[in-house]
Ligand binder design. Structure first.
Ligand SMILES: [Fe+2]
Ligand SMILES: [Zn+2]
Length: 391
């Protein structure tokens, strides 16, 4: 039984794995049940702590520790299986979000992910609104973006809507934005020229998680243009990994520096650059950064060959990302808000003329994912698991 592998005999002189078990005791002296925080410092976790007795009953391992005073712990076997590291019995992948991602190209135009304003606002739909937010965030997770229709065309309603998903993230652009093409900020977003597909704030160590836009006003005629472009960078990644695996590997490996320097008093440049495609320790793609406008001087720590390889790979990225199969163009009208997972879906726009007023905000990636996770727990069947590996 795996438990026996984790508990060495009390006679063992080696530092043992007992310390791991002792450290994970969740009795009320070791762990605060409400705040779910550890209460014991490592000075109080002896490296050679030994077991006086151990037995299994009712799906739990009960341990009496040879400590003064005597300490007792109970560990659910399901937890031990998940947490076991010698040997590992569960993959961390089993413990992570398993809900599938749906990558898309231009065909998403036929049926774009959409929820209604009413379904997520408590004043409209009462207690069901929390469930509405969960299905909204599930769509953002699955597709990397989601429209909200029927939104009142005011900044107040838009800001309230955004706060249903998480805290608004304040940056050098402010918190909640309300802007026109007046170049009030030193960024092309504040102009009326067209912008190729990009992710925002690639120059942050932690790029903005969600980007939310609401076009409050852009009458056509007399105005023209201003269509929004969305491109799924995970779709681009799939295409590259299938058709140009070397390019995909290059873009997943070489770290690209980005900067934001157009605003007085701001000079953003992350201390650690990251590649266009970032993968987790299980090799799964979890973040794309692509912003050709904000790209800094390439090549730090690269070989001359790597500089050349990067250009070849990046041109292929651009070629796929600007293909008819990848681009989804949509004209946003007042009343429709778009929520974009900025770690995945790129946005851009066509040049425009006329009076165009936009509002919106950023929400941090950790924050909206936390909101989604906690709503998932709230509505999942069965009792809450106080022995979760990560809540
Ligand atoms: Fe942008
Ligand atoms: Zn304890």
């Amino acid at each position: 039984m795996f438990v026996m592998l984790s508990i060495r005999s009390p006679q063992s002189k080696q530092p043992s794995d007992n310390q791991f078990l002792f450290d994970h005791c969740r009795c009320s002296a070791c762990f605060h049940g409400k705040t779910r925080q550890r209460l014991r410092t490592l000075a109080n976790v002896p490296s050679n702590v030994s077991v006086a007795s151990a037995q299994i009953s009712n799906g739990k391992l009960h341990v009496v520790w040879q400590t003064t005073p005597v300490h007792e712990s109970s560990f659910p076997l399901a937890f031990l299986r998940q947490a076991s590291y010698d040997p590992p019995l569960a993959t961390r992948g089993e413990l992570l979000d398993q809900s599938p991602l749906h990558t898309w190209g231009s065909e998403i135009a036929q049926n774009p992910p959409t929820v209604t304003y009413e379904s997520v606002i408590p004043a409209k739909t009462g207690g069901e609104a929390e469930k509405g937010v969960l299905s909204w965030l599930d769509k953002v997770h699955e597709y990397g973006f989601c429209f909200v229709t029927g939104v009142p065309t005011t900044t107040e309603a838009t800001e309230e809507l955004i706060r249903r998903m998480g805290h608004i993230r304040e940056t050098h652009y402010g918190g909640f934005w309300d802007f026109t093409a007046d170049m009030s900020k030193g960024d092309l977003a504040y102009s009326n020229q067209g912008l190729p597909a990009h992710t925002d704030t690639a120059y942050f160590t932690d790029p903005a998680g969600l980007q939310i836009f609401h076009c409050l006003h852009h009458p056509i005629p007399p105005g023209t243009g201003g269509e929004t472009l969305l491109v799924d960078a995970f779709f681009v990644a799939e295409q590259l990994s299938e058709n140009y695996p070397e390019a995909f590997a290059t873009l997943s490996r070489l770290a690209v520096p980005f900067h934001a320097s157009g605003n007085e008093g701001t000079l953003l440049r992350p201390p650690i650059s990251q590649p266009v495609f970032r993968h987790d320790h299980l090799g799964r793609l979890y973040q794309a950064r692509w912003n050709n406008e904000d790209r800094c001087v390439l090549g730090e720590g690269w070989t001359p060959d790597e500089v050349r390889q990067w250009y070849t790979a990046a041109r292929l990225f651009e070629q796929v990302a600007t293909s008819k199969e990848a681009e989804y163009w949509v004209k946003l009208t007042p009343g429709t808000v778009v929520v974009i997972d900025n770690w995945r879906v790129m946005h851009g726009r066509a040049a425009f003329t006329g009076q165009r007023r936009m509002c919106g905000a950023y929400v941090g990636a950790d924050d909206w994912k936390s909101r989604r996770r906690s709503l998932t727990n709230q509505f999942k069947a069965g009792p809450e698991d106080s022995w979760s590996m990560g809540w």
